[in-house]
Design a protein around this ligand. Structure first.
Ligand code: HEM
Ligand code: HEM
Length: 207
């Protein structure tokens, strides 16, 4: 972990998990946005790609949580005030919930679907449905299906909000506060030389 004053990066494994999972989530959202218009063989391909990427996010997130449990997190930089640290922790926990709940509800909805389209991960490996759901009576299966579709859609909307807040916060740190927060998650980004404390800056500006 690099250190420079109060600057400390996330370790490389955490950085790898962060960017690969972020890229896969963005890709899966973009693919899902095509579901309403794509037809024919491309539709099947889009659903298989979406399911494969989603299950990959689920597996990587389990590994990521295990890694986070045994590794040390870098402390927040001194430029962050307590409400910023609190907000950042809430959004990050929200993401961990989403990274598990979004794929799990997707998996539940395909397991309860009457279409019975098998999930083949990246066209290579068969991924089974959730076992007990397939054995449920018709009415209960239908109830599980509609509950998981609703939950999946709702969680997707929450994800959009979390991504919006998270990205705006990262940009604010980089371009307004000019502190080290973004560099903590990007190995090749040099730490900023002149972090500013916005509170002090505002007091000085108002004098
Ligand atoms: C990174 C994880 C995932 C993300 C970000 C994601 C995102 C989305 C989004 C944005 C939609 C469209 C929702 C809407 O129309 O409002 C969607 C629909 C869908 N997702 Fe996922 N998903 C993920 C994982 C999964 C998994 C693991 C599966 C199945 C194994 C799955 C199966 C589906 C299906 C079948 C639909 C269409 C449902 C419908 O509208 O009838 N998703 N997903
Ligand atoms: C779906 C996309 C994303 C997800 C799910 C996500 C999730 C997370 C999580 C869970 C953390 C906490 C650290 C960890 O446990 O690894 C984190 C930290 C961070 N993320 Fe993201 N992130 C996403 C996209 C982005 C993007 C696009 C940016 C930059 C514009 C970004 C910048 C950061 C930064 C700078 C940190 C470190 C914050 C700190 O110093 O505590 N993230 N992210």
């Amino acid at each position: 972990m690099a250190a420079k004053g109060d600057f400390a990066r996330f370790n490389y494994v955490a950085i790898f998990f962060h960017w690969i999972v972020a890229a896969l989530i963005f890709a899966n959202i973009l693919i899902a946005w095509q579901f309403c218009w794509v037809q024919g063989p491309m539709r099947l391909l889009a659903f298989q790609a979406h399911k494969s990427i989603g299950i990959t996010v689920l597996l990587l997130s389990v590994l990521r949580i295990m890694w986070r449990a045994v590794s040390t997190l870098p402390p927040f930089p001194d430029t962050m005030r307590s409400w910023e640290k609190g907000a950042s922790k809430i959004v990050e926990r929200g993401f961990y919930f989403i990274m598990l709940a979004l794929p799990l509800t997707g998996w539940a909805l395909v397991s309860a679907s009457d279409l019975h389209i098998p999930t083949i991960l990246f066209g290579i490996a068969y991924w089974p449905d959730i076992p007990l759901i397939g054995a449920l009576p018709f009415d209960e299966k239908l109830a599980v299906y509609s509950a998981s579709v609703d939950a999946h859609h709702m969680l997707a909307k929450i994800t959009y909000v979390l991504i919006g807040l998270h990205v705006l916060a990262a940009l604010r740190h980089q371009f307004i506060k000019r502190d080290h927060v973004l560099a903590r998650m990007i190995p090749f980004l040099a730490p900023r030389r002149a972090p500013i404390d916005l509170r002090r800056w505002r007091i000085a500006a108002s004098k």
